[in-house]
Design a binder for this molecule. Structure first.
Ligand code: AMP
Ligand code: ZN
Length: 112
């Protein structure tokens, strides 16, 4: 298997896991852009938002609810940002769907 996030999900590659259940894994981003930067992925490989199917609705819903729970646990009381980067213009570098949870400092808008 070539996909780095599949390898993280099945522990072939070490990561700093902050949450795991039967469907999802959340781990710290190796190159954090803010004091808190966690990635939430499904264990199932999906290329990205661009590849979602109707059958993935519940799974993506769980990713977002879990992002909220992790943000609460990490004490991001002042707010935070949830980001899906999609495709080349969206800045997606890893083709396994992942939700960024970014916080711990004021974030700029609009993005670059
Ligand atoms: P994106 O640009 O949306 O595709 O985000 C990919 C993210 O994965 C980047 O923020 C990277 O820093 C992060 N990343 C890449 N490799 C690893 C890894 N082995 N462990 C944790 N995060 C990683
Ligand atoms: Zn994958």
């Amino acid at each position: 298997m070539e996909c780095i996030f599949c390898k993280i999900a099945n522990k072939e590659i070490k990561s700093d896991i902050v949450y795991e259940d039967e469907l999802l894994v959340a781990f710290k981003d190796i190159k954090p852009v803010a004091p808190t930067h966690v990635l939430i992925i499904p264990k199932k490989h999906i290329d990205g938002v661009q590849a979602l199917k109707e059958e993935d609705e519940a799974l993506v819903g769980k990713m977002i609810v879990k992002a909220k729970e992790i943000a609460d646990q990490l004490g991001l009381k002042e707010g935070y940002r949830l980001v899906f980067n999609i495709g080349e213009h969206g800045g997606q570098t890893i083709n396994h769907i992942h939700l960024h949870v970014i916080g711990g400092r004021p974030l700029m808008w609009p993005p670059g």
